[in-house]
Design a binder for this molecule. Structure first.
Ligand code: FAD
Length: 468
């Protein structure tokens, strides 16, 4: 009888342990993708990007003579129906670690078990299972450096090959039409603008990795902090949806590291930051929704969508680094890491606004949205997280520009107002944003809503006067 492989955030055929195991069994394999509540509740950009990814995977499976069966509904019910229709008695998937997925998967496993169906989860999204990385006293890590020391010399298994054929079931069950799910609906006119920046699917991800390893990684240490440079891998988009596996990236870098590339080692360390984010969200799931350091609940955060928050979202704060970054986000669905730290610091410190508002906006706009890295990144920036930057370390968005965008290439790529001959990417912003925002490249560039110095003072005063 067939084995169902339930694809979620693992949209690839290579180095896919669950799919590999199904193929190796010699039994028919039924690849399935389910539009469940977790898919429906995604933000606009990640939901749209997931739809593109699923469509692409469907094509890849067709190329090897298989199919991706699409169904909508509660996963336990969908799987039960498919089991009844096809006589399958086993379901495989790649393990997920964020609280919503964990809760769902537990429920599905229990429901299938009641029916006598074997549900088997496999490692695939990570290199290091969160519970296998332990401190000397058997606890979990709250600080990255010792975590890194623990994992950096581990033996990461070599990636598995690409599945090139799958036994088909005797007959294929019916499949939904992806378009009927409306995964692109919330993107509205943004989709046409963001689409050219997307690098879709497994082959594109492998090309991205190869280009990075050949041409960039040796200079990664010097370029990775400069948002106007092509100095990072941009693989987060593909890692988020499992179009490439972390160990494929790890081993490609490890080969360079053995040849003495310092940049390759730094890149491996960044991959470990992603693992660390999952380590944290696994051990302390509240990191996704609550101040990790509870005392921060007493801090007088603004939690309203006021004019300052709107200006931040629209890239109209009058602070160039912040505005350039927020527009890059809207146009490309991505944002450079340095810029993420700057906009997060500006929102939580200069604008004294709760990190949850920023977390939610990123969740709506990022095509590389990742529940663990986004939560960790926001709590790190706000000072409320583990191993976080202390609140009194307020990034100065003006001096940061002098340091990381000396030639102003980044700001001139993304800001159109007040420039005689704006960059074509800066103009794309006005095609992407909702018409109701009423923005035009001919507007004046705004004065700072909260200046670098005044905001810093306001943030430090609030911190001094806090009652914890
Ligand atoms: P590279 O520099 O090429 O790094 C390689 C890979 O390492 C990345 O693809 C990513 O998987 C991992 N990595 C690098 N830096 C980090 C980091 N600080 N934390 C966790 N993993 C890291 N990353 C996401 O993937 N999704 C998010 O939703 C997300 N939200 C963030 C929010 C905030 C406020 C901050 C400060 C950071 C956030 N990050 C997030 C982390 C980081 O900014 C991105 O992973 C990085 O910019 C991706 O670009 P890249 O692929 O070119 O990275």
């Amino acid at each position: 009888s067939p084995i169902i492989v339930w694809f979620r955030r693992d949209l690839r055929l290579s180095d896919h342990p669950a799919l590999w195991a199904a193929m190796s069994s010699g039994r028919p394999v039924l690849p399935v993708f389910i539009c469940d509540r977790l898919v429906e509740q995604l933000g606009a950009a990640p939901k749209w990007r997931l739809g593109l990814g699923a469509e692409h995977l469907s094509g890849s499976l067709k190329d090897i003579g298989s199919r991706l069966i699409l169904r909508k509904g509660d996963p336990a019910e969908v799987l039960r129906a498919l089991i009844e229709e096809t006589g399958a008695d086993t379901v495989y998937w790649s393990r997920a670690y964020d609280p919503d997925s964990v809760e769902r998967d537990k429920a599905v496993k229990a429901a299938l078990k009641d029916d006598g169906i074997a549900a088997e989860s496999h490692l695939g999204h990570l290199m290091f299972e969160p519970w296998t990385v332990e401190t000397g006293t058997g606890g979990y890590y709250k600080v990255f450096t010792p975590y890194w020391k623990n994992v950096r010399d581990r033996d990461v298994p070599q990636p598995l090959g690409r599945v090139s054929s799958l036994e088909a079931p005797a007959s294929w069950p019916e499949s939904d039409d992806l378009e009927d799910w409306g995964l692109a609906d919330d993107m509205r006119r943004g989709a046409d603008v963001v689409r050219p920046f997307v690098q879709l699917g497994e082959d594109a991800a492998q090309d991205r990795l190869a280009h990075f390893i050949e041409d960039i990684v040796d200079d990664y240490d010097t370029l990775r902090d400069l948002p106007s440079e092509d100095g990072t891998s941009c693989l987060s988009e593909n890692l988020a949806l499992g179009e490439i596996s972390p160990r494929q990236c790890w081993h490609a870098a490890a080969r360079k590291q053995h040849e003495g590339s310092k940049g390759a080692e730094t890149f491996m360390k960044e991959l470990a930051w992603r693992e660390f984010a999952y380590h944290l969200i696994w051990h302390t799931p509240q990191i996704a929704t609550e101040n990790w350091r509870e005392e921060w609940s007493a801090f007088p955060w603004n939690e309203k969508e006021n004019d300052e928050v709107r200006a931040w979202k629209q890239g109209r704060t009058g602070i160039q680094f912040v505005d350039a970054a927020m527009r890059e986000l809207y146009v490309t669905g991505r944002m450079h890491n340095r810029a993420r730290m700057i906009v997060a610091s500006y929102l939580t410190k200069h604008l004294l606004t709760h990190w949850k508002i920023g977390q939610k906006w990123f969740e709506d706009c990022l095509i590389d949205w990742d529940p663990a890295s986004n939560a960790m990144g926001w709590q790190w920036s706000a000072g409320s997280g583990p191993d976080a930057t202390p609140y009194f370390r307020v990034f100065n968005p003006v001096t940061q520009l002098d340091k990381f965008d000396k030639q102003r290439n980044y700001v001139s790529r993304w800001i159109a107002e007040g420039r005689g001959n704006p960059h074509e990417d800066a103009l794309k912003y006005f095609d992407a944003v909702p018409v109701s925002w009423n923005l035009s490249p001919d507007d004046d560039y705004p004065n700072a809503i909260v200046s670098a110095d005044a905001g810093r003072k306001r943030a430090l005063d609030a911190y001094e006067n806090r009652d914890f």
